[in-house]
Structure formats: structure tokens, C-alpha cells
Write a protein that binds this ligand. Structure first.
Ligand SMILES: Nc1ncnc2c1ncn2[C@@H]1O[C@H](COP(=O)(O)OP(=O)(O)OP(=O)(O)O)[C@@H](O)[C@H]1O
Length: 306
């Protein structure tokens, strides 16, 4: 099997404040996992607000560099020391889908103009008919068409349609990997499942892998092949999504599941549940522990003497 994406011991620290009030935040601590070329999957990163999901996503997209560790895509390390052409090639292969489609598009720019500039940039197309074909092809993959979108501004579309258009834009260079950071949280509840199902069909029909970042356990359970659960920058549990979510082992994973089940809406990404569970999970934050492999294929962070 060949490796599409390899995350190897990746950490990211942010330093804030001045000399006298310096504070170091360990946004991501020693994360490791890999995605294969042959087996497209939905790989979910889940955790509450501040657990480091977005920082990890930004490092995979090359928007932040790791403080330590390496990220490689098809065997090439993602770093700042690459040529413009290599950078463009990487960007074509690893495309982002952001949380808020209304922010992803400039309100004063027609949607087809966005799609067109992506086709010009990554596919180097210039011919009008070829550009239209590339845009229509990508839009058809998400259940839209160029005829529906042409000439329209972002405010003339629903949030769900606009998120589809954003996904179409990401698909124009035919990337093998999408990084979708909370792609459904700003979309109307009634339309969320259609976007989630779209991600599923991208994997199944187009063989695109998706790193799906969320704090919504229900959609994560529904579409993920594998999952990692992050707590304050650390992976605390990782493995087959059903294995982990049916029977979570780490106290934080249990808390996550219990808290989602106890509230109607996973909504704001904050956990509120049983005090004892909360204390148990939070009590582990200051302890590094180590990830150990279990016979069922998952890895769980364990703590000696706690
Ligand atoms: N540029 C930055 N400078 C300083 N600290 C940062 C920066 N980016 C993130 N952090 C900190 O790193 C930690 C992880 O943040 P991150 O945004 O990755 O979490 P998250 O799980 O994506 O949260 P959310 O669901 O709210 O987006 C937080 O403590 C955050 O305050």
C-alpha cells in the first residue's frame, strides 16, 4: 500500500504574550497517523472547541508549519522550502472546504468567477468551452450545474447550495484529498445530511479521501471510516469509527459520547454533562500518558499511576 498522507509526530506550539508574560499553548502534541492511496476514506478528527482540530488541519493544508514532526504528501514533505510549482501542485491535490460558505466566497464576486479562477489556476485552462466544461463537471459532482450557478452571487443561493458550490470549487483540480473543517455546522439543520451524504459519495464514487473535522458525533458516526478523538491537543483515542464510538474507552471519549447523547444539539462544541465524568476526563489533561494499541485495532491513551 502506498501512503497518501503521513502525519509523523506532529506538534504545534503557539507562543503568546511578551517577555514577562510569555505563554506557550500546545495546540497539537505529537500526532501521528497515515492515509493510504488505495483505500479512500473519511477520516474524522473530533473534539470540543480548542482541542487542536483546526490547527492540525491548517498544518495538513500547509498553512501552518509544525513546530516538530513532519507531514508528507505522496512521500514529499510539506515545508516552506518548496518551489512555486511544487506548492501549486500540492495545493491542487489537497483542497480545503471551510466551515462558512458565506465567508469562503466574496459577496461581490459571482460564484462562477471563483470556479473559473480555480480552473485557470490549477488546470491551466484558457479556452471558454473547456473552462465551462470543467466548471460544469465539478458542479454536477455535487448535484448542481453551471446553468444553475452562472451569474449568481453568494447571497442568491442557500447556505446548503453555496457549500455545495464550495465543494465543487475544491473538486476542480481532481484532488485525492479534501480537508473539510466543520463543513456542515453553518448549514441549515435540514440540509446538513445532504452535505454529509455528498462527502460520502465523493469517497465512494470519486475515490476522494476526506479529513472531516467536526464536533458532531452523530455525523461522525454516520460517515467515518476511522476517527481520532482529540483532547487539548492530544489524540486520546483513534481507530475504526464504529469500534471507538460504540464502545469508547478513554474517559474523554466517553464524556464526548455521553454529552452528545444528553443534549439535543452538539452545536457549540462545548461539553456539558455529568460532573464526575467531566472531572475524570479533565483530570487527565495535565498528564502526558502514551498511546497503546488494543487487540481490536484502536489506540488509546493510557496513564500509568493515574
Ligand atoms: N494562531 C494562534 N495563536 C495562538 N494560539 C492559537 C492559534 N491558533 C490556535 N491557537 C490555540 O490553540 C488551541 C487549539 O486551537 P484550534 O483552533 O486548533 O482548536 P479547534 O479544536 O479547532 O477549536 P474550534 O472547534 O473552536 O475551531 C487553542 O487553545 C487555541 O487558542
Amino acid at each position: 500500500m502506498s501512503t497518501l498522507l503521513d502525519i509523523n509526530g506532529v506538534s504545534k506550539q503557539f507562543t503568546m504574550g511578551g517577555l514577562l508574560s510569555r505563554k506557550v499553548v500546545n495546540a497539537v502534541e505529537s500526532a501521528s497517523f497515515a492515509l493510504s492511496v488505495e483505500k479512500p476514506e473519511i477520516f474524522t478528527i473530533i473534539g470540543e472547541s480548542g482541542s487542536g482540530k483546526t490547527t492540525l488541519a491548517r498544518m495538513i493544508l500547509g498553512l501552518e508549519l509544525p513546530s516538530t514532526g513532519t507531514i508528507s504528501f505522496r512521500g514529499k514533505t510539506v515545508s516552506s522550502r518548496v518551489s512555486k510549482a511544487e506548492r501549486l501542485d500540492f495545493m491542487a491535490n489537497v483542497q480545503p472546504v471551510f466551515q462558512n460558505p458565506f465567508e469562503a466566497f466574496n459577496p461581490l464576486k459571482r460564484i462562477d468567477r471563483y470556479l473559473e479562477s480555480t480552473a485557470r489556476r490549477f488546470l491551466k485552462l484558457r479556452d471558454r468551452a473547456e473552462l465551462d466544461r470543467a466548471m460544469d463537471g465539478a458542479l454536477q459532482k455535487v448535484g448542481l450545474s453551471l446553468a444553475e450557478v452562472k451569474g449568481r452571487y453568494p447571497h442568491e443561493m442557500s447556505g446548503g447550495q453555496l457549500q455545495r458550490a464550495a465543494i465543487a470549487r475544491a473538486l476542480i483540480p481532481n484532488p485525492p484529498l479534501l480537508i473539510a473543517d466543520e463543513p456542515v455546522s453553518m448549514v441549515d439543520a435540514s440540509l446538513r445530511m445532504s452535505i454529509v451524504n455528498l462527502l460520502k459519495s465523493l469517497r465512494d464514487d470519486l475515490k476522494v479521501s476526506v479529513i472531516y473535522i467536526t464536533h458532531d458525533l452523530a455525523t461522525a458516526y454516520y460517515i467515518s471510516n476511522r476517527i481520532i478523538i482529540m483532547q487539548r491537543g492530544r489524540i486520546v483515542e483513534m481507530g475504526d469509527a464504529r469500534t471507538v464510538l460504540d464502545n469508547p474507552e478513554h474517559p474523554y471519549s466517553r464524556l464526548l459520547k455521553a454529552s452528545v447523547l444528553s443534549t439535543e444539539d452538539a452545536g457549540d462544541g462545548k461539553l456539558a454533562t455529568d460532573r464526575e465524568m467531566l472531572n475524570r476526563a479533565n483530570g487527565l489533561v495535565g498528564v502526558a500518558g502514551r498511546l497503546v494499541d488494543r487487540p481490536d485495532g484502536r489506540s488509546v491513551r493510557v496513564y500509568e499511576g493515574v
